[in-house]
Design a protein around this ligand. Structure first.
Ligand SMILES: Nc1nc2c(ncn2[C@@H]2O[C@H](COP(=O)(O)OP(=O)(O)OP(=O)(O)O)[C@@H](O)[C@H]2O)c(=O)[nH]1
Ligand SMILES: [Mg+2]
Length: 606
């Protein structure tokens, strides 16, 4: 035994790392300890950047850092590299780019050596957790372990001798069931002991073994501490978990699930819009607001900006809250159920063969599907892919051909009542271009694609409280990060419209909009607004008197048109300006190229 003396810096809060393999509940533990609400999901690579939260135990404070999951300390992707940088105390803030809404990370010095490590072990896959723990112990930092998901082994009748494990490893080990908040009093006690000034922590000194030795040791320890019942009965859940990754019956079931999910998103979204939000805003909120301000408004610019064609109090409320919000709720309800159940990686496994033909690994299913929500988390999620080439390919596809939830809502609002077949054609077109672009990027982008192994987690029943919380948080995020900026842009649009600037823009863009796309000059408005918000490439078309062919042309241009500024910024940050510029040019050329062709070819037939 070696004693590490841990002295807390009296000036600054110390950093305590939460480290462990992916998908074992680290972020649930982090949320339980800090009271924050960061993303959790049942697939590998939910946390791809570190998150800092404050823990306060009896008035003593420290920074708890949720580190992206990693199997070993030999990184194979960017998310895993963060774990190593954190342990070595040389992390930089690039690894944390969008957590500022959770915590003011500028206050936290992540480049200093951590004061202590809480290593999270997985009771279910103990052996691989022990390999990582041994590597962590080599850093000689004060370390304790939490052994989570104890419920999953208890369900199988297995037991782990925690006391013996703790003795062998020479550290404190606390069993927990994070989703049920079980075991956290003891976790708090351990953290508190780390936070006490001048406390001493016993850690067993580990030699620098070769990795084969660490695996052997992990296996030996697991065998000694884990006892299994003589006969283990496979539960129905486990059976289904395995059936769903096999082509039969997995593939037909996956088609059924995708169709059901699509139907549920559109159906629930339309229901919420038609029966709840539309009457609420159109019959109550908007008339009350207009009635309140109208008597006081002088005719002219201000009147127009507030209650005119693009009036801030009319379209500014109608579009974000009655057109987009219903689909935000329905899409994230369905996605959250899929995320929490562990079905998404199964879908990835099933589609691996097909996706490989388009230059992508099965694991890209998660970022691609997240892209149907919003492109930014999707681009961030590519950090868990294993090569730069795959990351750039998926990010390009998300920016080019995957409509975000707000834009999809706009498509439904624009097309569902006019022609369901045109609506389906828009989504089919997006899939065709997605695959063609995938093949082209695979052939043209330099770099090799490494062989990847996909980890399939257990199939678990989605928990009602987890799903509801996720939908609530995503809805809140949409209102602050989506709806409020949208209202701002509608305000600017109203100003440009009322002041006549929009008409001049219409004249300038007329060769492109009128001559090439066969759309009316006013259809230049969505092209200007769309740079700021993706759904605004589509929504203004609703207000125009267009033929079905024009609607289709407009929708297709909007679909492939430049991603919104926030995505361009994310691309520049995650890759570089060259990559962002490449995607900007690619999307513009594709949008106008395909849009013009549709207008021309369509005119021949209609
Ligand atoms: N049965 C069970 N499930 C758990 C427990 N703790 C977490 N989970 C579930 O495990 C899944 C993964 O949880 P996360 O907290 O996202 O895992 P993570 O370790 O942060 O994963 P990465 O961010 O990918 O490294 C989620 O679906 C949780 O609901 C537990 O104690 N028991
Ligand atoms: Mg996590």
């Amino acid at each position: 035994m070696r004693t590490v003396i841990y002295v807390r810096d009296s000036q600054e809060k110390s950093n305590i790392l939460l480290i462990g393999p992916p998908n074992i509940g680290k972020s649930v533990i982090f949320n339980n300890l800090t009271g924050l609400d960061i993303s959790i999901a049942n697939y590998v690579g939910t946390t791809v950047e570190y998150t800092v939260g404050e823990i306060d135990i009896d008035g003593t404070k420290a920074n708890l850092i949720d580190v992206p999951g990693t199997y070993t300390l030999e990184a194979s992707n960017e998310a895993e590299q963060v774990a190593i940088d954190m342990l070595q105390g040389n992390a930089n803030e690039k690894n944390n780019s969008h957590c500022s809404d959770i915590n003011d990370v500028n206050d936290v010095d992540v480049s200093k050596k951590p004061a202590a490590v809480i290593c999270v072990l997985d009771a279910y896959n103990l052996e691989s957790s022990l390999y990582l723990l041994q590597q962590v112990l080599q850093y000689n930092l004060p370390t304790a372990a939490v052994i989570n998901r104890m419920d999953l082994i208890e369900e199988r009748g297995e037991k782990i001798d925690i006391e013996y494990l703790s003795k062998v490893l020479g550290i404190t080990i606390v069993p927990t069931v994070a989703v049920e908040k079980k075991g956290f009093e003891k976790v708090n006690e351990v953290i508190s002991s780390f936070m006490t000034v001048g406390s001493t922590t016993e850690t067993k000194s580990f030699n620098h073994y070769q990795s084969e030795n660490l695996w052997k040791k992990a296996e030996e320890i697991t065998e000694k501490v884990k006892t299994k019942p003589e006969t283990t009965i496979e539960s129905t859940r486990q059976k289904w978990g395995e059936l769903l990754v096999r082509p039969w019956p997995g593939l037909p079931i996956s088609i059924l699930i995708i169709l059901l999910a699509f139907g549920a998103i559109v159906g629930i979204g339309m229901g919420i819009r038609q029966y709840i939000l539309l009457p609420f805003f159109l019959n109550l909120i908007i008339p009350s607001l207009v009635g309140l301000v109208e008597p006081f408004l002088p005719d002219g610019l201000i009147y127009g900006v507030l209650i005119g064609e693009y009036g801030l109090l009319i379209k500014g409320l109608e579009w974000p809250f009655t057109l987009v919000l219903p689909y935000v709720i329905s899409f994230y309800s369905v996605l959250s159920v899929m995320e929490d159940s562990g079905y998404l990686p199964r879908l990835g496994g099933l589609l691996d063969g097909i996706l490989n033909k388009f230059g992508l690994p099965g694991s890209s299913v998660v970022p691609l599907l997240l892209g149907y929500g919003c492109g930014i988390p999707a681009i961030m999620a590519t950090r868990s892919l294993n090569s730069y080439k795959e990351r750039l390919t998926v990010s390009t596809l998300v920016s080019l051909a995957i409509p975000c939830v707000a834009q999809s809502g706009a498509f439904v609002a624009l097309l569902a009542e006019r022609s369901i077949s045109v609506l389906i054609a828009v989504f089919l077109f997006s899939l065709i271009v997605l695959f063609l672009a995938g093949i082209t990027l695979d052939k043209t982008l330099p770099g090799a694609r490494p062989y990847t192994i996909m980890e399939i987690p257990e199939l678990l029943p989605p928990r009602k409280n987890v799903v509801l919380k996720k939908v609530w948080l995503r809805m809140k995020n949409y209102i602050f990060d989506g709806a409020l900026p949208m209202i701002g842009i509608i305000g600017i649009a109203a100003l440009l419209y009322e002041s006549g600037v929009m008409e001049i823009v219409g004249q300038v863009l007329s060769p492109l909009v009128v001559n090439w796309l066969n759309l009316p000059a006013e259809a230049s408005t969505p092209l200007v607004l769309g740079v700021f918000r993706r759904e605004l490439t589509v929504i203004p078309l609703i207000e125009m008197d267009l033929t079905t062919l024009q609607l289709f042309t407009g929708a297709i241009v909007g679909l492939f048109y430049v991603p919104c500024v926030a995505i361009i910024a994310a691309l520049a940050r995650e890759f570089d300006f060259k990559a962002a510029a490449f995607i900007l040019i690619l999307t513009t050329v594709t949008a106008f190229g395909i849009g013009g062709l549709i207008a021309r070819i369509g005119a021949l037939f209609l």
